[in-house]
Design a protein around this ligand. Structure first.
Ligand code: G4P
Length: 527
């Protein structure tokens, strides 16, 4: 029973946003409400903002900070909330996609002035792929932003998801008066404060209450009545099954900087967000309440000190109980492992923990045993699915410039790509190595770390490759195609063949010539 109630307490989620929408500020306010920090400004930003390609050391330093803020856990109203942080910089988007495999729901922050931005759309595509439940927080209502009805339309149109307003703003910008809470017909009046921990909510007797004209003013009260009538007519009650299925997103309005609207967001979140969900594996679906432990690695972080090459692997517990010093099976390596110092992450610190439950994230010291997607179990052999690689956008060939250090280079590139910093594709012929990333920044980080951590010198030469495509089809077709395009076939880290198509035209030609082969831009696909 104790085990089941621990699971029922867990809410594991990520806050996602286009950079600058207010993710860091909102995270901090959650921690403030959860009592994990006492003052605003205490959480270091995990943002890699002002970095240019020439100060990648600064980026590494900031990535280091992000270890501390990778996972933040706190108690709130008898729930145990785990927030998984995601990097803000677009060059590290894949880190974010992988983190999304380890959560059960997300809160999406949208800036009311800018509306839905590019990165928001990309992140939501990943959530849609996995049917992740989403709550939207429209932030910065203290600024003159877009009309709320237009914003709802934009959210639906660009994010391909239904929306359901839970609160409704009364004006915006300097005239912002607060929000009307649709579900319990109360008013949350805006007052600017960076540190408060609760909002004073004014109960009214429905919108017809004449109090409303006094609290607001007759003009604002009348507009609110009109807006609310329209909303109630269109949206009705929140279809909670649609939220849990990732089809409808409840929407809140507020201002993270002013700690406004956080309370209702957090209270609704802990009430409706899913507890740890079952997860698919290569063998069967694993339920969180199964007695035996299982989990997977979704993120690996290098140690900042180059003298210590150990790393921290982040494990999401999926079923059973993770225990310190207990033997578990590393399925890919078929090896037993136990962990003397597993870490639990709190807002600003990490501490050694004894046990962890489904939904929790554990930090494991790693000396090179793990790569992203690895599964640990209590004996059974299966691998968790749903941790795909995506086709990179920039491809370069790795050229060794110090032949005396080939071994170090080989080891370095393997380990750094195990961390998920970039994708590695190796050609059988001549052992040529192509490295793919989503941004230029990673090449500089790779080159620097190869030299400083492994003593290997290299350079990267640009290659015109349009997409890396994983393939499915009949064995005969695949064999024929791979022979025909031999020079463009390479193998990913799981030894799966990949077609490195030089241009979109060449990819289309291949699709026409081999209509029975499907070319996929992610490594995981449904056949
Ligand atoms: P991010 O993690 O999503 O990138 O965003 P972050 O929280 O760092 O917020 C980006 C900027 O927006 C910050 O200002 C922050 O203070 C501001 N901000 C966040 N929420 C609100 C809000 O509700 N209203 C207003 N007006 N601003 C908000 P900055 O000047 O870039 O940084 P800082 O010097 O304030 O830290």
């Amino acid at each position: 029973m104790a085990f089941e109630s621990e699971i029922a307490k867990r809410k594991t989620f990520a806050i996602i946003a286009h950079p600058d929408a207010g993710k860091t500020t909102l995270t901090e306010k959650f921690l403030l409400f959860g009592g994990q920090i006492q003052t605003a400004g205490a959480v270091k930003s995990n943002k890699i903002t002002k970095a240019t390609t020439s100060d990648f050391m600064e980026i590494e330093k900031q990535r280091g900070i992000s270890v501390a803020t990778s996972v933040m856990s706190f108690h709130y109203k008898n729930k145990w909330v785990n927030i998984l942080d995601t990097p803000g910089h677009k060059d590290f988007a894949e880190d974010t996609y992988r983190t999304l495999t380890a959560v059960d729901s997300v809160i999406l922050v949208v800036d009311c002035v800018k509306g839905v931005e590019e990165q928001t759309e990309k992140l939501m595509e990943v959530c849609r792929m996995r049917n992740t439940p989403v709550i939207v927080f429209v932030n910065k209502m203290d600024r003159d932003g877009k009309d709320p009805f237009d914003l709802l339309e934009e959210l639906e149109g660009k994010l391909n998801i239904g929306v359901h307003p839970m609160s409704w703003p009364i004006n915006g910008g300097k005239d912002f008066k607060g929000v009307y809470l649709l579900h319990n017909q109360s008013l949350n009046l805006f007052e600017s404060s960076k540190t408060k921990k609760a909002d004073d909510v004014v109960k009214i007797n429905g919108l017809a209450d004449t109090q409303l004209d006094k609290i607001l003013n007759p003009k604002d009260a009348s507009k609110l009545r009109d807006d609310a009538e329209l909303i109630e007519g269109v949206y009705g009650d929140l279809p909670s099954e649609d939220y849990l299925a990732g089809k409808t997103a409840p929407v809140f309005f507020g201002s993270a900087l002013n700690s406004f609207g956080i309370q209702e967001l957090l209270d609704t979140f802990i009430e409706i967000a899913p507890n740890p969900l079952p997860r698919a594996t290569t063998k069967r679906d694993v339920e969180p309440n199964e007695p035996k432990f299982s989990g997977f690695i979704f993120k690996i972080h290098a140690n900042l000190d180059p003298k210590h090459r150990d790393r921290i692997a982040f494990l999401r517990v999926c079923s059973g109980k993770f225990e310190r010093n207990k033997n578990f099976k590393h399925v890919r390596l078929e090896k037993q492992m136990k962990f003397a110092n597993p870490y639990l992450f709190l807002a600003q610190s990490k501490e050694v923990m004894e046990d962890a439950y489904p939904g929790d994230v554990v930090g494991l010291y790693d000396t090179g045993n793990f790569k992203i997607g690895d599964t640990l179990t209590e004996g059974e052999s299966f691998i968790f699915k749903g941790i795909p690689s995506f086709s990179p956008e920039i491809f370069k060939e790795l050229i060794n410039i110090d032949p005396m250090k080939s071994k170090q280079l080989e080891k370095g590139i393997q380990q750094l790509t195990d961390e998920g910093l970039a994708s590695l594709f190796v050609q059988e012929l001549g052992n040529r190595k192509f490295v793919g990333t989503v941004g230029e920044l990673q090449f500089e980080v790779l080159q620097y770390r190869l030299e400083h951590e492994y003593g290997a010198k290299c350079r990267f030469e640009a290659r015109s490759i349009y997409k890396a495509c994983w393939m499915s089809g009949t064995e005969a077709d695949l064999k024929d195609f791979m022979k025909y395009r031999q020079n463009n076939i390479a193998y990913d880290k799981d030894n799966q063949p990949v077609f490195l198509a030089e241009t979109g035209f060449i990819l289309r030609m291949a699709e026409e010539k081999y209509p029975d082969i499907t070319f996929h831009t992610t490594s995981e696909f449904k056949v």
